[in-house]
Design a protein around this ligand. Structure first.
Ligand code: URA
Length: 214
């Protein structure tokens, strides 16, 4: 097995972040039928678009094992992907639905569910090697959509770029070498309920991405 495949994803019992290990062990005790492990990226490695979320939601990806599946954030994300041709099939918020991603892959800046959806800076840094490996194992990668500032900052650090040169701004497009990095506010329930992110704003970002990935 090539070296990059050995380190590409965290193991189900990844021991790197003690706080997240404790949280995972408590979740395993409370909900033994749930995934309760690092959540792997979803979608083909050959994709030109990578979407980077924050971290699995406790009752969403941490329960179902698929990014953005089972919590509110996924409803807007997957309906938009279907609308813009980056997905096909039916999204039923469960990993055995018929949804398939097209030319698109989804991962998270942090692979394990953090308490209160808030990973610490140390946890974000500790998980970055897995993000770097995700980037390195996508040979056709052209565009990255970062969902929120934590995702944006981690992606830029993974690409070795100074954050001051490319601050997070909703709707921005950053040219970074051969890649276009697009920023959007996170499609969380909080952001959509408070009007920070509207469906139109989210779709405008995807329209811009579609201009790059025609
Ligand atoms: N689910 C994920 O997988 N990631 C997020 O950022 C939010 C929900």
């Amino acid at each position: 097995m090539p070296a990059h495949q050995r380190v590409r994803d965290p193991s189900p019992n990844c021991p790197i972040c003690p706080r997240l290990v404790d949280f995972r062990n408590n979740a395993r005790a409370s909900w033994p039928d749930w995934h309760n492990a690092p959540v792997a990226s979803f979608g083909p490695e050959t994709a030109r678009l990578l979407i980077v979320g924050l971290a699995p939601g406790l009752k969403g990806a941490n329960r179902t094992g698929r990014p953005f599946t089972g919590d509110y954030a996924g409803d807007l994300l997957y309906s938009t992907l279907l609308k813009f041709g980056f997905a096909k099939g039916e999204f039923l918020a469960r990993p055995d639905d018929s949804l398939e991603l097209i030319d698109c892959r989804i991962t998270n800046a942090v692979r394990c569910v953090p308490p209160e959806n808030k990973p610490t800076p140390a946890e974000i840094s500790a998980c970055r090697p897995f993000l770097i490996n995700t980037l390195e194992t996508m040979p056709a990668l052209r565009a990255i959509l970062t969902l929120g500032k934590i995702s944006h900052d981690s992606v830029l650090r993974a690409l070795g770029v100074r954050l001051a040169a490319h601050p997070f701004v909703h709707g921005a497009r950053h040219n970074i070498g051969p890649l276009a990095v697009f920023d959007s506010y996170h499609c969380s329930r909080y952001n959509t309920n408070t009007g920070v992110l509207t469906t139109q704003m989210f779709e405008d970002v995807f329209s811009a991405i579609r201009q790059d990935i025609a």
